[in-house]
Design a protein around this ligand. Structure first.
Ligand SMILES: NC(=O)c1ccc[n+]([C@@H]2O[C@H](COP(=O)([O-])OP(=O)(O)OC[C@H]3O[C@@H](n4cnc5c(N)ncnc54)[C@H](OP(=O)(O)O)[C@@H]3O)[C@@H](O)[C@H]2O)c1
Length: 347
C-alpha cells in the first residue's frame, strides 16, 4: 500500500461566504432525523427556510410548532434557491421524479445529505442541474447539539453540474449554515461518499464489529464464564478503546494500554482478520461498487423489509441483549446512588 498522501482538500468556516444565502429561500424536504436539525440550524444562521412534507405527514404539526412554514413537497421546492432532500434514501427516486424535477428552475440547486441515490442511479438530474452533497458525519440530534454548542460536525462536500466552482461556493455556504463545516469540511463526491459510507458501516461499524462482539461473548459464555463479565470485557469496554483510537489514532491507543494488551492484541489481530476475511471485504466492496448491494436493499424495501425485520427481532431476542439491559441498569443505578464524575464517592 502506497504511503504517499494526495493533497488534502479541506474547508474551514472562513472558506464559506454566508452572504450567498442572504435573501434566498431553502426548502428542506422531510422533517425527520436530519431534516429538523438542518431546518433549525439554517434558521438560526439567518436563512429563510420552508419545510416540505407529504400530504398527511404526522410531522407537519411538529414543524409548524417549531415555527416553520410547512408546504407540500413540490410547493416547497418551487422557487427555492436550494432544495435539500432529507427523506429516506430509498424514496429519493420517486420524490425527485414526481415532486422536484417538474418544478426545478435553472438557477436552483438540488442537494442531498448522502450520496446513495445519486451514486446508484435513483436520481439522475440533467447535466445542467447544479447538484450538491453536504453530508454531515453524524445523526441529526448530534448536528443540532454541536451547532447549539457553537460548533458543528465534520461534513463531506461534493458537487456535480455545469459550473462546479459556483456549486461548491453554494455547498460551502449551506454546510456552514447547517453546522456541517465548523467541525471541518472535506472535499468528496457523491460516489466516494456513498461507497465509503456503505463499506464502513457494513464491514466495521454496524456489521463486522457487532458480529465480532457477539461471537466473542458467545465464546466466553459457552465456556461457562459469566454473561455479565463477558459483556463487560467484549462490549462495554469497546467505548474506552474507540475513544482512544478516535482521539489518538491506532498507534496512540497502543501506547495508552497495558503492555499485555498491546502484545496480545497485535498477536491476535491477523488470526481474527485472516486473508479469507480480507477477500470477503474485497467481495463486499465489489457488491457495493457494482450497485448490487443497492439493488438488493431497494428490493427488500419494496417487499416491506421482511428479512430486515426478522433479523432485528432475532437480535433483540439474543441473550446478550438481556445481559446488556441488566448490566446497564446496574451500572446506572450505581452511578446514581454513589458515584461522581471524578470517581470519588458522594457524601
Ligand atoms: N440519519 C442519519 O444519521 C443521517 C446522517 C447523515 C445523512 N443522512 C441522510 O439524510 C437523509 C434523510 O435521512 P433521515 O435519517 O433524516 O430520514 P428520516 O428521519 O427517516 O426521514 C423522515 C422524513 O422523511 C419523510 N418521508 C418518508 N417517506 C417519505 C415519502 N415516501 N415521501 C415523502 N416524504 C417521506 C417523512 O415524512 P412523514 O413525516 O410523512 O413520515 C419524514 O419527514 C438521507 O439521505 C440519509 O441518508 C442521514
Amino acid at each position: 500500500m502506497s504511503t504517499a498522501l494526495p493533497p488534502l482538500r479541506h474547508f474551514e468556516l472562513d472558506d464559506a461566504d454566508p452572504t450567498l444565502l442572504a435573501g434566498r429561500r431553502v426548502a428542506i424536504l422531510g422533517y425527520g432525523n436530519q431534516g429538523r436539525a438542518h431546518a433549525l440550524n439554517l434558521r438560526d444562521s439567518g436563512v429563510e427556510v420552508v419545510v416540505g412534507l407529504r400530504e398527511g405527514s404526522r410531522r407537519r404539526e411538529q414543524a409548524a410548532r417549531d415555527g416553520f412554514v410547512v408546504k407540500g413537497l413540490a410547493e416547497a421546492a418551487t422557487g427555492a434557491f436550494i432544495v435539500m432532500v432529507l427523506v429516506p434514501d430509498e424514496v429519493h427516486g420517486e420524490v425527485y421524479r414526481e415532486q422536484i424535477e417538474p418544478v426545478m428552475s435553472g438557477d436552483s440547486h438540488l442537494a442531498f445529505a448522502h450520496g446513495f441515490s445519486m451514486a446508484f442511479g435513483l436520481v439522475t438530474p440533467p447535466p445542467q442541474q447544479s447538484t450538491l452533497l453536504v453530508a454531515p458525519k453524524g445523526q441529526g440530534d448530534k448536528l443540532r447539539e454541536a451547532f447549539l454548542a457553537g460548533g458543528g460536525l465534520p461534513g463531506l462536500i461534493g458537487v456535480q453540474g455545469p459550473d462546479p466552482g459556483e456549486s461548491l461556493k453554494v455547498a460551502l455556504a449551506y454546510a456552514r449554515a447547517c453546522g456541517a463545516l465548523a467541525g471541518g469540511g472535506l472535499l468528496s463526491s457523491f460516489r466516494e461518499e456513498a461507497v465509503t459510507d456503505l463499506f464502513g458501516e457494513q464491514v466495521v461499524l454496524c456489521g463486522g464489529m457487532v458480529e465480532l462482539i457477539t461471537a466473542a461473548w458467545e465464546t466466553l459464555v459457552g465456556r461457562g464464564y459469566s454473561p455479565e463479565g463477558a459483556y463487560f470485557e467484549c462490549l462495554h469496554e469497546v467505548k474506552i478503546i474507540a475513544d482512544l483510537i478516535h482521539q489518538r489514532g491506532v498507534d496512540g491507543m497502543r501506547e495508552g494500554i497495558s503492555t499485555t494488551a498491546a502484545y496480545g492484541g497485535l498477536k491476535a489481530a491477523p488470526r481474527i482478520i485472516t486473508e479469507e476475511t480480507r477477500r470477503t471485504m474485497e467481495g463486499m466492496l465489489d457488491e457495493i461498487e457494482s450497485g448490487d448491494f443497492a439493488r438488493a436493499f431497494l428490493a427488500e424495501q419494496e417487499r416491506g423489509s421482511p428479512w430486515l425485520e426478522s433479523m432485528k427481532q432475532n437480535e433483540r431476542d439474543h441473550p446478550m441483549q438481556k445481559t446488556g439491559r441488566r448490566l446497564r441498569d446496574f451500572l446506572r443505578r450505581c452511578q446514581l446512588d454513589g458515584g461522581t464524575q471524578d470517581g470519588s464517592r458522594r457524601e
